[in-house]
Design a protein around this ligand. Structure first.
Ligand code: ADP
Ligand code: MG
Length: 343
């Protein structure tokens, strides 16, 4: 299995100024895998801007045009997990050998290699072997190679060997085209004023744009109404309200895990190491300050701990803030991510 998702094709990837270079380079690579100067091809950009779609589209096209080639898509998370299992089972050689058979290796979200030295080392070796044998490597990352921290220099320099192209926020015209395309796929047509309203209102990323369109179509079919300006406005309003409520858990934990460089699972888990306990307590503290969640629900987000654990965490953080200026500064900083003054 190549783990390619058939719906991610070039055909469905709308071209705009925001993605022209990446798309063109992707096409070139898809037509001549391993034979262009774009090796590796590194696509980077923020969340929801089409990295996964684009690199999957390259894989799908190669599979279509070159059925004999072994195309493999893997997320960095999965690659890392496989590697960790291989260490545990004493099967590193088998792991490496498997990857050396691949003709086109597509690795998504390589920023997650950051800080994982052993995985990086093994990936480096696989990369070198494949590259030397003229195999195509395609990478994605949420930031430019120069901004990837916790990555070995020799690996970073490899990332820069080929072509690096970024995906940017879609401009107004591209947003219009994307909305039109998505609706068209469902056989829906809407007036230009509605289209314009949507494209103006959602400027963040394509995933969000899609989310709104899906809600809108659902809303239309539920209420048996046409998609008009009124329905668009009310749907968007309810989505924004929904998101404000949700600001809480997901985004707060996100800020904490990023700041302290712990993964979500560890943050929520049972590990008692000091470097994990403190971020966990801060996360609980922030959830208490920024949401209306009862203490019991906050505990629930951390592997079902009870409310007394949360109380203890809140106290511990408050005390730490009083006696340690650095802690206070850190937490103030974290709060400013939500444009709130905090405590
Ligand atoms: P990323 O991997 O960068 O977070 P994705 O590739 O998952 O983003 O894209 C998010 C959603 O937006 C996907 O459903 C994808 O199909 C869609 N999308 C992104 N860019 C485009 C585009 N240029 N044209 C059409 N759909 C797009
Ligand atoms: Mg992605």
């Amino acid at each position: 299995d190549s783990y390619l998702i058939p719906k991610y094709t070039f055909d469905k990837f709308i071209e705009g100024d925001c993605n022209r270079l990446g798309r063109a380079a992707g096409m070139a690579v898809a037509n001549k895998p391993g034979l262009t100067a774009f090796n590796p091809l590194m696509i980077y950009g923020g969340v929801g801007l089409g990295k996964t779609h684009l690199i999957q589209a390259i894989g799908n096209q190669i599979k279509d045009s070159f059925p004999d080639k072994f195309v493999l898509y893997v997320s960095t998370e999965k690659f890392t997990n496989q590697f960790v299992n291989a260490i545990r089972n004493n099967s590193i050689e088998a792991f490496t050998n498997f990857y050396l058979q691949v003709d086109v290796l597509i690795i998504d979200d390589v920023q997650f290699l950051s800080g994982k030295e052993k995985t990086q080392e093994t990936f480096f070796n696989i990369f070198n072997h494949l590259h030397q044998s003229g195999k195509q490597i395609i990478l994605s990352s949420d930031r430019a190679p120069r901004d990837l921290a916790g990555m070995e220099d020799r690996l970073l320099s490899r990332f820069k060997w080929g072509l690096t192209a970024d995906l940017q926020q879609p401009d107004f015209e591209t947003r219009i085209a994307i909305i039109q395309k998505k609706l068209q796929e469902d056989g829906i047509q809407i007036d230009f004023d509605v289209l314009e309203y949507l494209a103006h209102s959602i400027q963040t990323n394509v995933r969000e744009l899609e989310g709104v369109i899906i809600s809108l179509m659902a809303q239309a079919s539920l209420t048996r109404k046409e998609i008009d300006l009124e329905l668009a406005k009310s749907t968007l309003k309810s989505i924004v309200n929904e998101q404000e409520k949700e600001l809480s858990v997901e985004s707060i934990l996100d800020v904490v895990t990023n700041h302290f460089d712990v993964d979500l699972e560890t943050l929520r888990g049972k590990c008692r190491k000091k470097e994990n306990v403190f971020p966990r307590q801060i996360a609980m503290y922030m959830l208490k300050e920024l949401t209306n969640l009862p203490l019991k629900s906050i505990g629930y987000h951390f592997g079902g701990r009870d409310h007394s654990t949360v109380i203890h965490a809140v106290q511990a953080v408050s005390e730490a803030m009083e006696i340690d200026q650095n802690v206070e500064k850190t937490i103030r900083n974290l709060f400013t991510r939500f444009n709130l003054k905090g405590v």
